[in-house]
Write a protein that binds this ligand. Structure first.
Ligand SMILES: O=c1ccn([C@@H]2O[C@H](COP(=O)(O)O)[C@@H](O)[C@H]2O)c(=O)[nH]1
Length: 239
């Protein structure tokens, strides 16, 4: 298993390169792995990826693709060419879509002779609580649906899933030790929940079986982001 430093992914949910430069410089060697999401990628595009790559940082490009199989597969091929370490789709797009994406990622990486990015499926967003879930009229409870989507993702050839730490033990039991579980919804004791619902502390997330912890605002919006990241890493180490 990787060292905790390589298992903390900090979400760079900011809009400008100036903010990226300031945060990454402040965090320095403390953080090795960054998540670039819609806000940053839609506003800075390739510039943020090039910057992080130049610094030797690992990159999870979190664009959560969700469309018909051909569109997602071609999108996944395009993202594979960017040379990032991890990309993702929504599992609710279906098994055929996930299979098509996995095949395109593998073929593109092979043709270009570049490392294949991990392809991950988002199960049920960690902001979703049972009340909001019931408004979508699903007939299953959230944990059951998360496990079902994780099984579909594994069968489709994906490398892992994004889920709440609360569901990590269930996924681990069904999908085995090598299936990657990436958990946002991580909040140190006493931290603001913001819009997250299904949360756990960093220690609890690791104990639950998460491979990677995604943490955004508890680090990036902290008065002292480096101290916040160091505290999370220490908690992870103790766990
Ligand atoms: O189910 C999901 C999927 C993705 N995310 C992303 O993770 C970070 C979490 O940020 P915080 O500031 O720590 O809440 C954010 O970029 C989300 O887009 C998620 O939270 N839940």
């Amino acid at each position: 298993m990787k060292q905790v430093e390589n298992r903390l992914i900090v979400a760079l949910d900011v809009a400008t390169m100036a903010e990226v430069r300031q945060l990454v410089a402040t965090l320095g060697d403390t953080v090795h792995y960054y998540k670039v999401g819609m806000q940053l990628f839609y506003s800075t595009g390739m510039e943020c990826l090039a910057y992080l790559r130049e610094l030797g940082k690992d990159i999870f490009l979190d664009l959560k693709m969700h469309d018909i199989p051909n569109t997602v597969a071609q999108g996944a091929a395009s993202l594979t060419r960017l040379g990032v370490g991890m990309i993702n789709v929504h599992a609710s797009g279906g098994a055929a879509m996930m299979r098509a994406a996995a095949a395109q990622v593998a073929e593109t990486a092979l043709n270009l002779n570049i490392p294949r990015p991990k392809l991950i499926a988002v199960t049920v967003l960690t902001s979703m609580d049972e009340q909001e879930w019931s408004l979508l009229r699903h007939s299953t409870a959230i944990p059951e649906q998360v496990v079902h989507l994780a099984k579909l993702a594994k069968e489709a050839g994906l490398d892992g899933v994004v889920a709440s730490p609360q569901e990590a033990p269930l996924i681990r039991a069904v999908c085995g030790p090598d299936f990657a579980i990436i958990t946002p919804g991580v909040r140190p004791q006493g931290a603001a929940l913001n819009d997250q619902s299904r949360v756990a502390t960093p220690a609890a997330a690791l104990r639950a079986g998460a491979h990677y912890l995604v943490v955004g605002r508890p680090v990036t919006a902290a008065g002292e982001p480096r101290a916040a990241a160091l505290a999370i890493l220490e908690e992870m180490r103790q766990a």
